[in-house]
Design a protein around this ligand. Structure first.
Ligand code: FPP
Length: 240
């Protein structure tokens, strides 16, 4: 019995990454403003963080705002920024009490300074926590992350011959965070939309029709069960 339990624990992904899609459609179906869908999405994220931590997931990254999301209406962008600020202000202490750590991946030069300050303060105050790491991807784009890494490498004056995959990996936003094992996208859309392009090269993908605000413990369990049943070859071949 014990052995079975230990074996199934081995199939829990270390890093789960989530594209939280479908907030707008969830709201539209109910005749509500889009921002109410995003607010309900915050609740789904809170539930998911707790359940993922209980399941043994060590890193949970959430695609909260992409480098392309600036194209949305001013009202929606401002509303999302307000939601991020409120979430960080209110929830950092609660996460810290559960030994959770908050981190932030994305560009820092275009966000409202108050949001960058809040994110950095949350990072700082939870730096020493050893529980689940919640990585908020805000003004994040996989292509921008690669461009930023290349800029850092050029600025350091490295010889072209010294540029390797390991060097690029070391210049990504969070080089100590393991690559995502599982990327979940909700709402029936099946694409990466510029999420974790470099580190997600060998991630398992899981798509569900569930709209993000409806995502709950059962939905996460279904994604984890799907992952547990997969064999990851990472480009290699398993022996027969
Ligand atoms: C995509 O749904 C969702 C977003 C662009 C925002 C995600 C943000 C949250 C869930 C808020 C919680 C985040 C934090 C960090 C507190 P969509 O608007 O594209 O939905 P649609 O495709 O149905 O229109």
């Amino acid at each position: 019995m014990e052995r079975v339990r230990l074996m199934s624990e081995g199939n829990i992904p270390c890093h789960v990454a989530i594209i939280m899609d479908g907030n707008g459609r969830w709201a539209k179906k109910r005749g509500l403003p889009r921002l109410l869908g995003h607010r309900k999405g915050v609740k789904a994220l809170e539930k998911t963080v707790d359940h993922a931590a209980a399941a043994g997931v060590k890193y949970l990254s959430a695609y909260a705002f992409s480098t392309e999301n600036w194209k949305r209406s001013i009202t929606e962008v401002a509303g999302l920024m307000a939601i991020f600020g409120r979430y960080i202000g209110k929830k950092t202490a609660a996460l810290k009490a559960k030994h959770g750590r908050i981190r932030f991946a994305g560009r820092r030069d275009r966000l409202p300074p108050s949001i960058v300050r809040a994110l950095e303060a949350a990072e700082e105050s939870t730096r020493d926590e050893t529980g689940l790491q919640l990585i908020l991807c805000v003004d994040y784009g996989g292509r921008a992350e690669v461009v930023d890494a290349v800029k850092k490498i050029l600025a350091s004056g490295v010889d072209a011959d010294a540029v390797t995959e390991d060097l690029l990996s070391a210049r990504m936003y969070l080089p100590d965070v393991p690559d995502p094992d599982l990327i979940i996208r909700t709402s029936g859309e099946e694409r990466l939309s510029n999420f974790w392009l470099w580190t997600g090269a060998y991630s398992e993908l899981y798509f569900t029709e569930t709209l993000w605000p409806d995502f709950d413990e059962t939905a996460l369990d279904a994604a984890l069960a799907s992952y547990a049943g997969r064999q990851r070859r990472m480009g290699g071949r398993l022996e027969a």
